[in-house]
Design a protein around this ligand. Structure first.
Ligand code: RIB
Ligand code: CA
Length: 315
């Protein structure tokens, strides 16, 4: 039986690929998408989620909008320079016939969790504001989370939005601290495993050759490719969120170690840094499984193969 899945997301180019990957994977049953502020504003992330689902012929999946801002300190700086002003690399996807779910994200998430016939995997691939609100508002629903797969943080690779912080944690450090200390079974998929996992031009070309959905995915990625080339001089792209979804779809894809993690929630230069205690394997009930090793080639091939199959089936 497919594992019930919810994706909390801020589409976002790599978010879009992650959503398509989930739709291409029979191991999981995508029950709900909840949206959050992050790469672009909430209204845009919500519209983008609807359009990506429609692109794949899955406008049946409900999309519920959540937090438009961080819990404590406003963090208005978005990532339009990375993801394009619309958040999907300047590609204008067709509007979805579906409207956003009328329920707030936290309510829809709680209802899906409480109604699920099996423990639900929740993949949070934007700032974790909605997850923190769920934990505080519906703890009984949070207990129905079988696995919480978080894209964010960094143990030993520094930051990407600042020298110290990865974007999703930096966008709401207080939410990140709340989520990482929740005791929910959690896998933290951070820069340590995403940065080495690079999709190159050949992989993108395979998307493009697989049909209109693949060609659209390749077009969406072009902004990411251009940004990587001009900013880092690299020829490939890091699909952070797609790797997190790969772990959600195939548990154990990543090599993890149980670690204590705290978040720097001060207002100084280290704000948003995840301080991972790598001195020991932790037996703390609030420790998390930190992803420390990855077979990047296998992960890229998994992604490309699944997107190709999705594109071919969509015609
Ligand atoms: O640091 C990478 C994360 O920040 C990804 O989720 C990407 O979509 C951006 O939100
Ligand atoms: Ca994201």
């Amino acid at each position: 039986m497919a594992t019930p899945l919810v994706i909390d997301t801020d589409p976002g180019i790599d978010d879009a690929l992650a959503i398509l990957l989930a739709l291409a994977s029979p191991e999981v049953d995508l029950r709900l998408v909840t949206t959050v502020h992050g790469n672009v504003e909430l209204a845009q992330t919500t519209d983008n989620a609807l359009r990506v689902l429609h692109l794949a012929g899955r406008s049946d999946v409900p999309v519920a909008a959540g937090a438009r801002d961080s819990l404590v300190y406003r963090q208005p700086e978005r990532a339009g320079h990375v993801h394009g002003e619309t958040g999907l690399g300047g590609v204008r996807l067709a509007a979805s016939p579906a409207a956003p779910d009328p329920r707030p994200a936290v309510v829809s998430l709680a209802e899906v969790l409480l109604a699920a016939e099996a423990p639900v995997t929740v993949a949070a691939i934007g700032p974790w504001t909605n997850v923190a609100l769920l934990l505080a508002t519906y703890p009984e629903a949070a207990e129905r989370i079988g696995r919480l797969v978080l894209m964010g943080g960094s143990a030993a690779r520094g930051g990407n939005v600042t020298a110290a912080a990865e974007f999703n944690v930096w966008a709401d450090p207080e939410a990140a601290q709340r989520v990482l200390g929740s005791g929910v079974p959690t896998v933290l998929v951070g820069l340590d495993v995403t940065l080495p996992t690079v999709l190159d031009d050949d992989g993108i070309a395979r998307f493009a050759a697989a049909g209109p959905v693949g060609a659209t995915a390749a077009a969406i990625l072009q902004q990411y490719v251009d940004h990587a080339r001009t900013s880092y001089g690299t020829s490939g792209v890091v699909l952070h969120d797609a790797l997190a979804l790969t772990e959600a779809i195939v548990p154990g894809t990543l090599g993890t170690v149980r670690r204590d993690v705290v978040v720097d929630t001060t207002l100084g230069a280290g704000r948003g840094q995840t301080l991972v205690d790598r001195r020991a394997v932790s037996d703390s009930p609030t420790a998390v499984e930190v992803a420390e090793t990855v077979d990047s080639a296998a992960a890229v091939e998994f992604l490309v193969g699944r997107i190709e199959a999705l594109a071919r089936s969509a015609g």
